[in-house]
Design a protein around this ligand. Structure first.
Ligand code: HEM
Length: 410
């Protein structure tokens, strides 16, 4: 504890890829909120650490994505020739209306609360099958062996990826997270991003051919048909948004399950409470989202001059980084021990899924996956304990916050 306090008072205010920050960003957030709530980084972005400003920016139409101009300002005009940036520029996540409205409208029906609730039995089946396979081992990595399989299987189902193609996705690396961090990428990281993007493009082009010949009841078929229609989406948009759905749909949910399990085991009273009252799981998931969000930041660009945001003037074209994880612990919104995990906390409205027009499309799916995964695990492996809950190994990324591994025994 002392070590954390000391780190937080001597380190630069916002250095999100430093090992101390990755290990525990929360003392740094507290310092930002109290000393400089609209901090300006050395590369010129505003950092909104309080709930009030972060939440406003996400919802206010005077802010948008402006992805291409923003990326060119940061890296220079040639950057859009890099396949990975070109592909990301077509993500609905990076679009402003009207393109955002058009692209989101093509897939939103697959994610309604009703459609997702209908997937619950399948989610339960995947979790049970995973545990059937490993229950006899007495030991596993909760990330690789347990959390990872579920979201990958479910997004493969939704995209109509045939069973026989899936093994490669279960074993592929999870190194793409740096692309989202607000710290410029090195040439080597850009190369790595390009390689991953081109591999994904090649695979999905094959899948599109398959679904053109053999249409199915899946999102890929739906989008391929929309592309063939000619006016709804281009081929580049089709490929980019399938890649987005595939990526957004699993890394984040793996991390919700992993961060939630870590938080529970570091708070044995809360673990015991949940074990004794399994019906608390729905509220517990909201608290896990609030307490240690698997997405820590969402950025916007001012589309016009903003006279006053938290006491600062934001000129048109400047970026605001909304610190979701910090907003989630802001005492102005959570006056009762915001740094404490409390699965019975009431009126939790975490900013973890963002807000406004880009509000996470998969929020309800992620909630149900985490609910089924964590409650089934606790029910079936009663004596589960983490090997080393105080020294977990975090992935070295900031925006996507999650564990590299979480070894456990029972
Ligand atoms: C715990 C799990 C998840 C978290 C914390 C999360 C978080 C977020 C956040 C913060 C945003 C908004 C980003 C912004 O404002 O710029 C977002 C958008 C999005 N998420 Fe999620 N997400 C999760 C799971 C999922 C899943 C399971 C899917 C799909 C299967 C998904 C698909 C998307 C998509 C497509 C968008 C873009 C929406 C748009 O731009 O309109 N997410 N997510």
């Amino acid at each position: 504890m002392n070590e954390h306090v000391q780190t937080a008072t001597t380190a630069p205010l916002f250095n999100p890829l430093s090992p101390e920050f990755i290990r525990d960003p929360y003392p740094h957030y507290a310092r930002l909120r109290t000393t400089d709530p609209m901090h300006v980084t050395p590369f010129g972005a505003f950092v909104a650490s309080r709930h009030a400003e972060a939440s406003l920016v996400l919802r206010d139409r005077r802010f948008g994505k402006d992805y291409v101009d923003r990326t060119i300002r940061r890296y220079g005009p040639k950057i859009m020739e890099e396949p990975v940036f070109r592909s990301m520029s077509h993500w609905m996540l990076q679009q402003d209306p009207p393109d955002h409205t058009r692209l989101r409208g093509l897939v939103v029906k697959a994610f309604t609360a009703r459609r997702v609730e209908d997937m619950r039995p399948r989610i339960q089946q995947v979790v049970d099958q995973t545990l059937d396979r490993i229950q006899g081992q007495g030991h596993m990595d909760l990330i690789e062996d347990f959390a990872f399989r579920l979201p990958v299987t479910i997004i493969c189902d939704m995209l109509g990826i045939p069973e026989e193609h899936r093994e490669v996705f279960y074993t592929s690396s999870r190194d793409g997270g740096r692309l989202l961090d607000p710290v410029p990428l090195s040439p080597a990281e850009i190369e790595q991003g390009n390689a991953g993007n081109l591999t994904a493009q090649l695979y999905f082009q094959q899948l599109f051919e398959l679904r053109r010949k053999n249409p199915g009841d899946d999102l890929t078929t739906q989008l391929v048909q929309a592309e063939e229609d000619g006016s709804k989406l281009s081929n580049e948009e089709l490929t980019a948004n399938i890649i987005l759905l595939f990526g957004a749909g699993h890394e984040t949910t793996v991390n919700l399950i992993g961060n939630g399990l870590l938080a529970l085991h570091r708070n044995p009273d809360q673990l015991a409470l949940l074990q004794a009252n399994p019906e608390l799981i729905t509220n517990a998931i909201e608290e896990f989202l609030r307490y240690d969000s698997s997405v820590q930041m969402s950025g916007r660009v001012a589309l016009e001059d903003i006279d006053d945001l938290g006491g600062k003037r934001i000129p048109k074209g400047e970026s605001v980084l909304c610190l979701l994880g910090s907003a989630n612990r802001d005492p102005a919104v959570y006056p009762d021990r915001p740094d404490q995990l409390d699965i019975t906390r009431q009126r939790i409205r975490p900013l973890s899924f963002g807000g406004g027009i880009h509000l996470c499309l998969g929020a309800q799916l992620a909630r149900i996956e985490a609910e089924v995964a964590i409650s089934t695990l606790l029910r079936r492996l009663r004596g589960l304990r983490l090997d080393d809950p105080e020294n977990p190994e975090w992935r070295p990324t900031f925006v996507l916050r999650g564990l590299k591994s979480l070894p456990a025994s029972w």
